[in-house]
Structure formats: C-alpha cells, structure tokens
Design a protein around this ligand. Sequence first.
Ligand code: DAH
Length: 342
Amino acid sequence: MQEHIERIRADIAAGIEKVKDGTRQELFELKMKYLGKTGEISALSKGMRDVPAEQRPAMGKLVSEVRAWAEEQFDQTEALLKKKELEARYKSERIDVTMPARFAETGTLHPVNIVKKEIIECFEGMGFDIYEGPEIEKDYYNFQALNIPADHPARDMQDTFFITGEYLLRSQTSSGQIRVMENKKPPIKILSPGRVYRSDSDATHSPMFHQMEGLVVDKGITLCDLKGILDEFARRMFTKETKTRLRPSYFPFTEPSVEVDLSCHNCGGKGCRICKGTGWIEILGAGMVNRRVLENCGIDPDEYTGFAFGMGLERIAMIKYGINDMRYLFENDVRLLKQFKD
Ligand code: DAH
C-alpha cells in the first residue's frame, strides 16, 4: 500500500507539472481523479478496511498525509493558474492611455444658421425683438397690405406659389411687418427671420430660401436712422471698415426705397473678383415704410414714421464665406459643412 501511495504522489506531481500550462478545468479534472468521491485517494481511505489492524494507524497517517499534500498541491496550482489567467486578461484588455483619443464627430451649425444667429445677436444688441410669422400666408399679408394689390406689376418680381386663391407660401418675410403692426402700437423694433418661397431655381436662386426682415416704427424715424443701423450691422457682420451705400430703388411698401450696398469686405473697395470689380456688393432692400402700409395697419402716418429692410440669408452667407453657387448651401455635403466648425 505504501508503494501505491508513493505512485499516486508521483502521478499527481507529474500531472500537476503538465497542467501548470493548461486550464483550470484540466486541473479540476485531475483533482477529481484523486480527491473526488471515487478518486484514487478516496479509494485509499476506503481500502483501510482491508489493512491489518496493527498497520492501520501507520497507514492511516500516510493516507491523510498524502491527502493533505495533494490538497495543498491542487490549491497552490489553482492559485497559480488563476494568477496566469488574470495576467493574460490584463494583457489582452490593456488600455494604452497614451494613445490619441478617438473623437466622436460633432455636428456644426449650417452656414445659413450661423449667419442668422449673428444677425440676430447684432440686432438684439440694438434692442430689436424677434417675431416669426407663418410660412403659409394670406395674400393680404404677403401682398395687399404691403401696397401690392391683385393686379400690381410688382407681383411679377416674386413668382409665388399659390395654394388657393387666398393662401400662398409667403414670398417675403415682409408679411411679418403687417402682422406686427396690426397687433402692436409703436414704438416697434422687430427683426423677423424665416423661410420664404419662390418659383425660381438657378445658381443664385432657390425655391426655398431664408430672409431676415427688420422694421422700426416710432415718432421721428428717418432714413438717417436706417443708415446708422445698417452701418453698425455691416461693421459687426463683416469688418470694422465696411461702409454702406444707399441707391434709389423701388418697392411698393416703402417710399422712398433704397438698395443697400456694402463696400467689399474682400478688397476694401478697390475692386476684386467677389465684388465683380465694382468695390460694392448689394446686400439688401430697404426704405421708409410707405404711408399706405402704416394706414393699412391703423397707424397714423402723420404721427409715426418707420423704416424697413429685408435681406436674403443665403446671399449674406455666400458673400461672407465666398460661396459662389447657392445650391452648395442646400446639398448638405459634409465636406462643405465641416468647414464651419468653430
Ligand atoms: N421683401 C423684399 C424682397 O423680398 C425685400 C425688402 C425690400 C424688404 C425693402 C423690406 C424693404 O422690408 O423695405 O425682395
């Protein structure tokens, strides 16, 4: 029996040596082979019955020694394998904190929205409130109240999408002027951004585009106030040196009407590709609110005067960022949009 015990000891030692490079499952199987219920060491204990009584204490001692030894061997190897497993895991899951981070791509504001935001900030700073009118508008607000009756030739300037005889997609944010003046007594100082629609499409026109309307009505407002406010706007939106120039024009809802040019922010007025050699860039229409328009809204034109202006946001964005085809602004090509990251 002693020999048998020695052989078991040797077998376990050899088995463990092998399993040291193996898995914990293999170690467990080996352990069961010796220490499991039907294992070889358990069999030794059972075999004690057949050992002559006088040898039993000595043999019993040997068996318990080999059991204790085997248990220790298995425990130690188990701990070793656990450690190895952890080390392997740490190695495979290792994070190199010195690696450059992978950034999540963030979106950007669309150039038209950037321009819109900047204009709003500029005018809010001068005390303007924001008013947003409806895109589906009545003929009355879009045309009639703005002194453009049904058969007026000025309607031709804006090829309008009619929905019914009475309703249309607004062709200008000027409709908002009427809605504001109908509901508020002067002093009025509003800015009205929004989408407008016209049946028009080429490199500088889109069937949907954005406008920004401005309206100031109070006692004693003159064209000089308009010029002063636009000068400030031009300096803030472009450069400190930017100047404005008013040219006579015609709009049914203003009298007198003007077309406003900015000195070219690119060449400073010398003439370049952007201003087509003229040194000036046309950016908006404006004028003193026509008496008839004030009357249509129940405001006494002998008591109050006002100015209004309207500009296309796409046009401002194109001028500001040197974009030469309006369609780029609607294609949403990320290569273009990415260039507007702060
Ligand atoms: N509504 C005009 C347009 O769409 C722009 C405009 C011109 C607006 C003169 C105004 C203005 O308020 O006074 O072309």
